[in-house]
Design a protein around this ligand. Structure first.
Ligand SMILES: Nc1ncnc2c1ncn2[C@@H]1O[C@H](COP(=O)(O)OP(=O)(O)OP(=O)(O)O)[C@@H](O)[C@H]1O
Ligand SMILES: [Mg+2]
Length: 236
């Protein structure tokens, strides 16, 4: 099953993967993610805590941070809200919290929120309280919400916001991980195994910052093994 098919199945709610566990102790919803077993287990534990806890996934590009959030969001449907840091304002986030009262709030690239907008998270992550005063009226609510966020660069994050998270580091892939994850992703896309191996090797050896996204793009357009090196040599 491809990642997309698995996510669609979760989205339709046709399986109860949001609560069932794999042999290695993580929730089955994370099965589409290759490797990262300890991260999957930690997040699975956090999803089961009685009191809200907040998780920040920190790591380099292309290491499945967003995929973790997308899976949580799809698995928990209306119980969750997904927000993009760069498009999230204090007012927008306040509205989403009041209107959706989410159990899970997923914020992708949280460092892209301005520091002023990050301020709403401070009070909220401390005690679940959200309040807003507009002209002469004030609205207030108390939520029980778990926040899951991703970040590439923690220096852009308010220190107090950072402090309210369990910071989980996703390390850059080793060559062996890059190869095994790349091979599985390309197999899911039905890419010829020889093209797949060559794309992984060439991207890893020739690119300054090897990315699985580049591997997928190159392997997706190459018609034969020789194309791979030619395509990569044209990249900036
Ligand atoms: N361990 C993995 N398992 C499954 N897919 C992966 C894995 N690592 C990377 N990918 C794939 O690589 C692509 C990039 O993943 P994703 O968007 O989640 O990365 P990211 O860590 O959020 O990167 P960025 O910091 O650039 O936003 C996706 O297509 C994703 O499916
Ligand atoms: Mg991302």
């Amino acid at each position: 099953m491809t990642i997309k098919e698995t996510l669609m199945e979760l989205w339709r709610g046709s399986c109860d993967s949001s609560t069932s566990e794999s042999d290695s102790g993580h929730l089955r919803i994370f099965d589409p993610i290759i490797e990262h077993n300890k991260v999957k287990r930690t997040i699975s534990l956090v999803l089961k805590t009685k009191k809200p806890a907040n998780v920040l996934l920190i790591g380099p590009p292309g290491t499945s941070k967003t995929l973790f959030l997308e899976i949580i969001h799809k698995a928990f449907g209306k119980e969750s809200v997904f927000a993009q840091g760069y498009a999230t304002t204090k007012a927008g986030l306040t509205d989403a919290l009041f209107n959706n009262t989410p159990k899970y709030l997923c914020i992708d690239e949280i460092e892209e929120m301005s520091k002023a907008d990050q301020a709403i998270l401070l009070g909220f992550m401390g005690n679940g309280r959200v309040s807003e005063t507009k002209r002469s009226s004030t609205r207030e609510t108390n939520l029980k919400t778990w926040v899951f966020a991703t970040c590439n660069d923690i220096t852009k994050l308010k220190k107090q916001v950072f402090d309210r998270f369990i910071p989980i580091e996703i390390k850059p892939y080793t060559r062996a991980e890059f190869e095994s994850i790349g091979l599985e992703l390309l197999e899911r896309e039905h890419i010829d195994p020889e093209i797949a191996k060559e794309a992984i090797r060439i991207v890893y050896e020739k690119r300054k910052q090897p990315s699985l996204r580049t591997v997928m793009q190159v392997a997706g357009i190459a018609e034969n093994v020789k194309d791979v090196e030619d395509i990569v040599s044209t990249l900036k």
